[in-house]
Design a protein around this ligand. Sequence first.
Ligand code: NAP
Length: 335
Amino acid sequence: MTIEKNIPLKAFTTFHIGGAAEYFVRVHSIDEVREAIEFAKKENLAITILGGGSNVLIDDAGIRGLVIKIELSGIALEGDTLTVGAGESWDAVVACAVSNDLSGIENLSGIPGTVGGAVVQNIGAYGQALSQTLLWAEVYDTSTLEKQTFSNSDLQSGYRDSIFKRTPNRYVVLRAALGLSRIPKPDVSYKDLAARFSDATPTLEEVRAAVLEIRSAKFPDLDVEGTAGSFFKNPILSLRDAKVLQEMYPELPLFPLPESSGVKIPLGWFLDYRHGVIDMRAVRVGGARMYEKQFLVIVAERNSSSNDVKELARIVQNKIFEVTKIKIEPEVAYM
Ligand code: NAP
């Protein structure tokens, strides 16, 4: 394990933005995680944990302290349980599940980033969320310096949320286990999937192929432009507030959450110029703009600054507030 100094971080993020890490280390095992944390404690350095860099916006000023890049690998299948290292690519895990006829995460195909990031963020797409199959996550606690296992209920997962999201950089996710099913239960209720499979029940392979195709048509080419996917969380309102909003905008779809009494508001609807509420097509801040094929996504041309993206995000937050009085939050983590 080598601890390096002054390492540029932009190439480790999908936004391709950000300055350098004061100290930087790649870790491949729990022993290396422990060693890195001990080094940070000894030198009195702040710790920042980086996975696939797919949901972060790193400041151009860089990150002080030690950036720990999680590269713990391993995918093991036992019965219907997949146990995976936190540094594995999430999509490689989905591919492995689908090729073994295991159902439960096929709708989460094509999401960039690592397993660790997926757990922290409780990733979700097309009606599936990781928390529906996650059995446990093993972590290293940087304050007690001990290994610990969180069960599914310990994780307090919510919409793009978990206990780890609320305690940034305290827990380093090491491994996670997913309980999958041999009985295929395809969920194609989201409109893009429903439109493809209206008259037949698809196989897991077919769902995965469809999700990959739909996503790639709506996502920018990361070799050309940067992005961290959906930039904002869809807000959750009470049924009463959601109905008030729908009276103002009768075409607005509402999605009641099965797990709570809240109602999810599809923010992208307001940002879709075709609905005549907000039109972001002409708005540019430096190299940053809202993506024309996916209205919740910010894209950044190469050489954009972190401030370009933050300023654009502020403009969107203000416009949404003007129209709905809702204070929206970024889904992307600022570092
Ligand atoms: P869409 O089908 O056009 O729907 C727009 C929004 O409405 C989505 O954000 C989705 O919320 C919600 N929605 C649609 N159908 C729903 C249903 N049957 N039940 C509950 N909620 C419903 O969505 P899209 O923008 O093309 O995205 C498709 C999926 O990919 C979504 O699940 C989205 O979250 C996911 N995605 C994720 C990222 C990311 O960076 N994490 C980026 C783009 C898209 P949810 O977002 O809560 O599902």
